[in-house]
Design a protein around this ligand. Structure first.
Ligand SMILES: [Fe+2]
Length: 317
């Protein structure tokens, strides 16, 4: 297994995925150089982590691993599959305030559930390096970088919307995020006062328009979640699911369950059928009896949903 916090290994993996002739590669080379330039502000033990993350931050664009089309998530998932350390995966998943774009793409819950963010000078340094490097690897100001991105992506593109369109009454646009970054670390990140003026602009601090869909969960996803919650809105099924989840063997024979719950076999079959139809449990027939197990990924959408609630901010219009 590669040690991807080794800077050379990180560079090689990025080169393998992105090629070394594209603009993307030149951008990545520039971001790695920018990360090195500010590396003195992070703890010495984190320098290689920062520079490795800079090499790897855009690998999610590589067609070989671009499964969702949201490059921070695709890149982080690829690194996780390679066994990379959690901090490296998280830095890639959240570089340059990816969570803001994730919300526009309705993927914020998934991103936060899979890769809890790291608030650190390392994460900020990575964002700084990315946001001060042009698409071709030149050193630029944050304002010029944002202007270029707005110009490159059409107004309805999630990347454009994440930067410029007020993202929600509870959230932050990327512009505000980057501005806060410069305010927090103004003494170490040489950003210009123009960034601060952007932060103060009322244009980017407005609320989601009435009737707008910038924060609404898609109806289809809401329907899926509602069905799961409906099935779980029964104490017997909640107890069954918890019992299966805690089973040391990983599966439970239906022969044990009626006596345990004080119900008959038909009642048990009814409840297990509901859990099974909702995709929460799997079943396997062994001779006369059915054995039940919780499906490991069954509650991923619910976990992501609860994570969104858990991470809700309290600021508002
Ligand atoms: Fe980048």
């Amino acid at each position: 297994m590669q040690n991807l916090t080794d800077v050379v290994a990180a560079r090689e993996e990025a080169a393998r995925l992105l090629g070394t002739t594209s603009d993307r590669w030149h951008h990545v080379v520039g971001v790695a150089a920018a990360a090195r330039a500010v590396a003195s502000i992070v703890p010495p033990d984190d320098v290689d982590l920062l520079v490795a993350a800079a090499w790897l931050h855009d690998i999610g664009y590589a067609p070989e691993i671009a499964t969702t089309g949201f490059h921070p998530l695709d890149g982080a998932r690829h690194l996780r599959a390679l066994g990379a350390p959690a901090r490296l995966c998280t830095l890639v998943a959240h570089h340059s305030a990816a969570v803001v774009e994730a919300r526009v793409r309705h993927m914020r819950g998934v991103l936060l559930a899979e890769f809890p963010p790291e608030e650190s000078i390392v994460a900020d340094a990575l964002t700084f390096a990315d946001m001060t490097t042009s698409p071709t690897g030149l050193s630029v100001t944050v304002e010029d970088r944002l202007a270029e991105v707005l110009d490159r992506y059409p107004p309805d593109d999630p990347v454009h919307r994440a930067i410029y369109v007020p993202s929600s009454r509870r959230g932050l646009s990327r512009v505000i995020w980057y501005g806060r970054l410069s305010i927090w670390h103004g003494s170490v990140f040489p950003m210009t006062t123009a960034t601060h003026r952007v932060v103060a602009s009322p244009e980017v601090e407005g609320c989601c328009p009435v009737g707008g869909d910038c924060e609404l969960l898609p109806a289809a996803e809401a329907q899926v979640l509602a069905e799961v919650f409906k099935v779980l809105a029964d104490p017997t099924r909640v107890r069954l699911l918890r019992y299966l989840a805690e089973s040391e063997a990983g599966t439970v024979c239906s022969c044990h369950l009626p006596a345990l719950l004080g119900v008959g076999q038909p009642t048990l079959s009814f409840h297990m059928g509901k859990l099974h139809d909702a995709g929460l449990v799997s079943r396997e027939r062994r001779g006369r009896w059915v054995h039940w197990a919780v499906r490991p990924d069954a509650l991923t959408p619910v976990k992501a949903f609860l994570n969104v609630l858990d991470n809700a901010t309290t600021t508002g219009c």
